[in-house]
Design a protein around this ligand. Structure first.
Ligand code: SER
Length: 595
């Protein structure tokens, strides 16, 4: 079974159980400063898990692109990836454990769908902690379906609890499904969740009943939801009986090309295999980030941009190890685009951006990599001669600042030499440098709690800005990207030249005028075709006939949008543009605040 067949079977199975098929969202979250990327299918659905009605109903199913870099060190084994596709089915306060588990079982084992041998299936459930009891209900349901007690494992929170996706939000106990690869167990304690690779987790049913608050409490949600996630790459790997996800059709052409390009691979086969897998994984992820429909993330030094830079640079470093020559990043991205464009047409649409950005970043890094490596070798030799085991934060910062070595890469190089890096010292040097260069942008890694109100107001301001730009510059001034933190909005749009001070003043005046009129913001649900017919701006592709939400600000603006928004424009305060600059060729960027 191919990935194409799996996606289609999954969606049609859940459609047959009354689920509406909805489009997956962008990899770049629009209005959530608590995460840098969409990390799970639940992430774009958070408002609905919290109780807001979804326009398509209470039962949904989709395929969601996800990026997770938390396990980046594990990439290179058979199953870990930084980008993956997640199939999901959702109950928004509708069905719960009984149906969710029974359908998972049916889809996995029915010959009409995946046809896994039930004997290869093991499951885990939550063992209970604090005020949340052991999940006896799920245990009983699995038993009733024929899974024997010895293949049902009750495990602690670190295994069987999911969420929230950011710092706060919906979460709950889960039950996970594993396929036994039939490899020998690594020891008597080997069980699902063990990292030896005998059991591969392919699906997770989360029972989202709690909301984690900013002060760390778990409060019951208004409604009990189901959030499930099945990994496409891992599942087809198991269905095809492959030894790793890299041997499925999703990676095979990429791996073949990497092997061809590897001119001087080291003798150790395991090292070569790991390096080739890392290159394939990282460049596939970089391609999807650069080719995202929302756009706007380029290699850089902060937040999501930094994650992207780190992926590309790590790939370059491993390419060097294998003797892969310059220009490989673009060459590999071409294969990724060709392999996926029938499923993700945005990759084709953005292919020029993808190829150019990769080529530029590869070249940029090439220029300093060799001298940086020399510098590193010199320092590590000196440290070792003096019996020292730690690289100072200042040195790590110099490697970062002068040679473009991501901190994590320095840490990796250091650990290969038996050295550690003073992370706190690096952070200090980084902060000092930031203060000195008076960087306006903030690295919002985490620790941000409920800044909901501030971001909602800025989001509404973004709609007014979009419309005002079209009035002042013309209808070509269309949104290319948007990024909101609690402090400011950032908006990218198509426009060929620098805006004049008069144009900026006029845009600001129009937005403030609409705020002054205190327009009411209304929300309606309709099909995407109706929305377009009413003249709503619809930026992202939706399936034919898909129900969407349309936000209207008085007689001023109308956009297809997931929300949330304020009730009136009067709540926004004073709108002020701080900066207008180039974002990329033909695209301008505005940074603005509400005072
Ligand atoms: N949110 C859960 C996960 O990512 C299930 O979709 O595993």
């Amino acid at each position: 079974m191919t990935a194409d067949t799996l996606r289609q079977k999954y969606l049609s199975f859940f459609a047959s159980k009354g689920h509406a098929v909805i489009s997956g969202a962008s990899l770049i979250p629009e209005n959530d400063p608590t995460v840098l990327f969409t990390t799970a299918g639940m992430h774009p659905l958070v408002p609905y898990l919290l109780g807001e009605p979804h326009p398509a109903g209470k039962r949904l199913t989709d395929v969601q692109k996800c990026v997770r870099t938390g396990d980046i060190e594990a990439v290179g084994d058979a199953a870990h990836l930084t980008f993956f596709e997640m199939l999901g089915n959702w109950s928004l306060g509708d069905y719960f454990k009984k149906e969710a588990i029974a359908w998972s079982y049916e889809f996995l084992t029915s010959p009409q769908y995946l046809g896994f041998d039930p004997a290869r299936l093991s499951v885990s459930v939550f063992q209970g902690e604090g005020n949340v009891p052991r999940d006896e209900e799920s245990i009983a349901i699995w038993k009733s379906l024929g899974i024997p007690a010895e293949r049902i494992h009750a495990l602690p929170k670190e295994d069987n609890w999911w969420g929230p996706a950011g710092q706060t939000g919906p979460c709950g106990p889960d039950t996970e499904m594993f396929i036994d690869t039939l490899k020998p167990a690594c020891g008597p304690a080997c069980r699902p969740g063990c990292h030896c690779g005998k059991y591969i987790e392919i699906w997770n049913d989360v029972f989202m009943q709690y909301n984690k608050t900013a002060d760390g409490r778990y409060e019951p949600l208004k409604q009990a939801n189901v959030d499930t996630g099945m990994g496409v790459e891992r599942t087809i790997c198991m269905l095809q009986g492959r030894a790793s996800v890299f041997e499925t059709e999703l990676f095979a052409p990429l791996m073949a090309r990497i092997a061809e390009l590897s001119t001087t691979p080291p003798a150790d086969v395991a090292t070569v295999q790991r390096a080739q897998r890392i290159i394939a994984d990282h460049l596939r992820t970089a391609t999807f980030i650069l080719g995202d429909q929302r756009g706007g993330v380029k290699p850089g030094n902060l937040g999501a941009n930094y994650v992207l830079r780190r992926l590309i640079r790590r790939a370059v470093r491993y390419a060097k190890l294998l003797g892969i020559g310059p220009g490989f990043a673009r060459a590999l991205a071409e294969i990724v685009v060709a392999n996926y464009r029938h499923v993700y047409p945005e990759l084709q649409e953005k292919s020029e951006t993808i190829f150019n950005e990769l080529a530029i970043e590869e070249e940029r890094f090439e220029k300093t990599l060799v001298s940086g490596q020399k510098e590193f070798d010199k320092i590590s030799t000196a440290l070792k001669t003096h019996g020292q085991t730690q690289l100072s934060g200042r040195t790590a910062f110099k490697l970062y600042d002068t040679y473009g070595f991501p901190l994590e890469m320095t840490e990796e190089l250091a650990s290969e030499q038996g050295l550690t890096v003073d992370r706190a010292g690096f952070d200090e040097a980084f902060k000092k440098h930031q203060e000195l260069s008076k960087q306006g942008d903030k690295n919002f890694k985490g620790g941000l709690a409920d800044h909901g109100d501030a971001t909602t107001r800025l989001h509404t301001a973004t709609h007014l800005l979009h419309k005002a730009l079209q009035i002042v510059l013309g209808p070509h001034a269309q949104q290319k990207g948007s990024n909101i933190t609690p402090e400011r909005l950032r908006f990218d749009f198509t426009h060929g030249e620098k805006m004049t001070p008069e144009q900026l003043a006029e845009v600001e005046r129009i937005v403030n005028e609409q705020i002054g009129r205190n327009l009411t913001i209304t929300l309606e649900t309709m099909t995407i075709e109706e929305a377009r017919a009413q003249g709503a701006t619809a930026l992202f592709a939706a399936k034919y006939g898909e129900q969407v939400k349309v936000y209207t600000a008085g007689d001023f603006s109308k956009e297809v949008c997931g929300g949330p928004h304020t009730k009136t424009t009067g709540e926004l305060g004073k709108f002020k543009i701080q900066k207008e600059e180039s974002s990329s060729a033909g695209v301008r960027r505005i940074r603005a605040v509400l005072e």
